[in-house]
Design a protein around this ligand. Sequence first.
Ligand code: GRF
Length: 190
Amino acid sequence: MNLAVLVSGNGTNLQSIINAIDSKELQNTRICIVIADRDCYALERSIDRDINTFLVERNKDLSSEIDILLSSENIDLIILAGFLSILSANFCEKWKGKIINIHPSLLPKFGGKGMYGEKVHQAVLDAGETESGATVHYVTPEVDEGDIIVQGNFPVEKGDTVTDLQQKVMHTEQKILIEAINKISSGIKN
Ligand code: GRF
C-alpha cells in the first residue's frame, strides 16, 4: 500500500505508522508523501526519515494543491493523521473510499466541525461520560460522519483531566490506526 499522510501537529500518529512499518507490523506498506498545512513537528519527523515532504498554504486552493501533489504518486490510501484543515467536497468525492481520519472520541459522539483536540476531551468530561476512545473512519464531505473502520475505548476514571484523556487517547489511536490500515490493506472495508 502506498500511503499519503496529512498532518498539522505533533505527528504521533505519523510516527506510529513509521514505527509499524519498521517493525513489520505493517507489511508491504510505504509512506510516499507527507503533507502539512502548517509548520509543525510532524514535518521534522517526516524529513528526518527522508520522506517526500510538503508544506501547503491554508488558503482556498488547499484541496486542489494537495490533489496535485497526490496525483504525482500512486496513492492507495490517504490518512488524515491530526490534519486540521477541512478538505473540499470535490476532493472527498474524488478520493472516496481512499481517505481515512482518526478522531479522538467514540464517534458519533463528540464529533463534527470544531470538535478537535482538547475541546473533545473537555466535552467528554463535561458530559460525565464513563468511557471515551478513538475512531478511525472514512472521510466524506460531512465532517466526522463517514463509515467507522475501527474504534478503541477506555474508561474515564473519576478525577481524570483533559491531559489524562489525551494520554489515553494517544495510546488508543496508535493501536487502532495500525489496525485500520491492516484491515484496509487486507481488503476489509469496515
Ligand atoms: C490526535 O488526537 C487525532 O485524533 C486528532 O489530532 C491529534 C493528532 O495528534 N485528529 P498527532 O499530530 O498525530 O500527534
